[in-house]
Design a binder for this molecule. Sequence first.
Ligand code: UDP
Ligand code: MG
Length: 338
Amino acid sequence: MSNTFHVLFPRPRPQLLSIVIPLYNEEEVLSVLVDRVRKLLAELPVASEVILVNDGSSDRTLKQLYELAGDDPRFKVLGLARNFGHQIAATAGLDASAGDAIVLMDADLQDPPELIPLMLAEYQQGYDVVYARRIGREGETAFKRASAWLFYRIMRYLVYKDLPQDVGDYRLVSRRCLDTLKEMREMHRFLRGLVSWVGFPQTDVTFVRPARAAGQTKYPLSKMLRFAWTAAVSFSPIPLRLSLFVGAMIFSVGLCYTFYAVARLILGLYLVRGWTSIIIINSLGSGAILIGIGVLGEYVARIFEEIKGRPLYVVSDKVNFTSGSESSVGREQVSRKD
Ligand code: UDP
Ligand code: MG
């Protein structure tokens, strides 16, 4: 966690608490989720809104959300026009939230809503960001646990020195933190990295991460890998430097070999051999070049995508939002800084 020293100013409870929940094909878990959230809302001493973002689900999630919002105006529905991915869906929900304190959590109850009062207590102490830190995980495969463990270690070491360990996207942020976040409109988003970039006083509450309440994970290995890659290259030039480093290493080996070959030639030790070494050097060299070009291409592709300046998401459904304050595409909310 950041070493920056902050003076904490205790503050009153938020006037309004926003809870943002992205959902993608969560029809199986929705009713359990709503029960748990309702129970929490009944106990919370603050007025709350729950923003349910349908991330282009292909099942009946949206239909159920409409029914829910029809019964209970505290539940607001934001439907995206297609599947934009968790980080963008979360962004859409954060953009639409009106609270002084905003909590982002998963739909599958792996982020227990019961932590929210603890987060609020820290918020009142003066913290702007309160992470939920996992001190254990239940019901997840050994592979998922190991990959998550490795992911956080590598990211901390290489990219985000301040990235808290074993912290997902479940967190409370203050209004001023969110307003800063909303100015960061990059398409390839790694929200946790963005939040730690913002700074402000941060702390954590701990919990044991339970298994999914129902349904399957919406993060298969391919999405996890893409997410990890975004995390690595969206904040850091290290992969670019790595390719330079590898290229330089291979070049120096090639240089040594060149001296050696020339020396043999001069000393008359020349023999028509060395086919193997030529092949090895050739393939190593071209491999290194291709890696370098590939990494470069990855950055160029990202520059290309960012420069288009598209909205991050498109909203197709909106229920229970008071009219006027929100726009229908993700960019109008906060204009891009040109
Ligand atoms: N999610 C989403 N869009 C996606 C994938 C996932 O909004 O494209 C939501 C999903 O509904 C859930 C949260 O992101 O609320 C986390 O997903 P999941 O629990 O499947 O991930 P895991 O906990 O397995 O990493
Ligand atoms: Mg989950």
